[in-house]
Design a protein around this ligand. Structure first.
Ligand SMILES: [Mn+2]
Length: 424
């Protein structure tokens, strides 16, 4: 199903006068609204192919209707999101859940929806039906060289699929680790992993990047071989300049200072990309900004400051992706909410009075520094995010239009009430 321009135009016409009132008020409160709107218009967040269907837990899964059954339908769903918010112009594929058979036709379809292919993701945390060796005791770290080679070959195959689609980066997340003390020699596990990563790195095209994602625990509960940003940094520094660390917001131990991690990785020129989500306890994969919106703002505050310090292009120089799962919400509504929360946090960070903050820091004026940050966070900038959508022919209120135009019912009619998207 395709939302046409007329439907979006009518929706915007209905909401426009209220929107203009809010926008004028915001412009009277914030100094640089035009510059912020322009940056928001350029900013794109990749949607992962595995987040378009209902997720689940190890206890159960309660699928919704009209979920995408193929890579083509996943592209159509991301196309719908992009049409609504004009900020979801890329899709991140997961191999082997989404193996493209005909690169050209998939690329053409994505092009019709205005989508690019973001990072491709490998999977050595599950065993596939046609696979010779099991990853039960790890993949790139495995004590068995034949298993390590199988995992390396899989990653190289993922790169080939990515090249076919025009992707420019590979994200590696490893579940490797151990469940019990004594199970693993940590040093040997590190060395095996490094050697395996070096083989994958050697297969990267010259204009590609490798993102090494870390996660503190789960599925292994005693040790994880790439468990935190320090361990990821240690690997990517040894690999070379095409390798960098990927920060997934849900992959930290409770109360970790993620904004500080981000600032230091940027300083070291080793921050490659992001997986946005939110959490209360662990890797909850909740909607971005739904539990800790102030933390999301503080992270963006460091990103904007750090990228500007290095003269980086906000929209292009880092990989921005969502990594979330939806157990009880419509996945498309949830993704629209995540993108909105990310755009809002970015807008708030852009509105921070940098000169005043620097002055307060230099003078050890702690109360003033807090005032500056909280003022930016507490000023309602939703009208700026909406205005960026309006100017790019998106919808003023994407979730409302998604509901009112009956998109989900149309998808159920097309695809059926009982469909299961590939993935988690
Ligand atoms: Mn992730």
């Amino acid at each position: 199903m395709k939302l046409n321009k007329e439907i979006i135009g009518n929706h915007n016409a209905d909401l426009n006068s209220r929107h203009q009132t809010k926008l004028q008020f915001t412009a009277s409160e914030v100094a640089n609204t035009e510059a912020i709107i322009e940056k928001l218009m350029a900013f794109q967040i990749a949607i992962p192919s595995w987040a378009l269907g209902t997720g689940g837990t190890r206890f159960g899964r309660f699928p919704g209707g009209g979920e995408p059954r193929s890579i083509e339908e996943k592209i159509e769903d991301v196309g719908l999101l992009h049409k609504l918010n004009q900020s979801s112009g890329a899709i991140s594929l997961h191999i082997p859940w989404d193996i493209p058979e005909n690169y050209q036709s998939i690329k053409t379809l994505a092009g019709e929806h205005g989508l690019a292919f973001d990072a491709v993701n490998s999977n050595t945390f599950q065993d596939q039906a046609d696979q010779k060796h099991s990853y039960k005791f790890g993949s790139l770290q495995n004590v068995n060289k034949a298993i390590r080679k199988q995992a390396v070959d899989h990653n190289i195959e993922v790169i080939k699929h990515g090249v076919g689609l025009g992707s420019k980066s590979l994200t590696v997340w490893l579940s490797d680790g151990s469940c019990f003390p004594g199970q693993l020699n940590f040093r040997k596990a590190y060395q095996n992993t490094l050697e395996s990563l070096q083989e994958i790195y050697a297969a990267l095209p010259s204009d590609w990047k490798l993102f090494l994602e870390y996660k503190s625990y789960e599925p292994n509960f005693y040790s994880t071989t790439v468990a935190d940003w320090g361990q990821s940094l240690s690997y990517v520094q040894k690999l070379g300049e095409k390798a960098s660390t990927l920060v997934d917001l849900g992959h930290h131990l409770p109360n970790a200072n993620i904004e500080q991690i981000v600032a230091l990785l940027l300083m070291e020129e080793k921050l490659g990309g992001f997986h946005f989500n939110d959490s209360k306890y662990g890797d909850d994969d909740l909607t971005a900004g739904c539990v800790k919106p102030y933390q999301l703002f503080l992270i963006f505050n460091e990103l904007v400051e750090g990228m500007d310090a290095r003269g980086m292009n906000h929209a292009k120089d880092l990989g921005w992706m969502i990594d979330a799962s939806h157990n009880v919400k419509d996945p498309l509504e949830d993704l629209l909410q995540s993108v909105e929360a990310i755009m809002l946090a970015y807008a708030q960070a852009l509105s921070v009075d940098r000169k005043a903050l620097e002055k307060a820091q230099e003078e050890n004026d702690v109360a003033k520094a807090q005032e500056i940050l909280q003022n930016a966070y507490r000023t309602d900038l939703r009208a700026l995010v909406a205005e960026a959508r309006l100017r790019t022919n998106g919808a003023l209120n994407p979730v409302e239009l998604f509901r009112k135009s009956g998109v989900r019912n149309e998808l159920i009619k097309e695809r059926g009430a009982v469909t299961v998207a590939t993935g988690l």
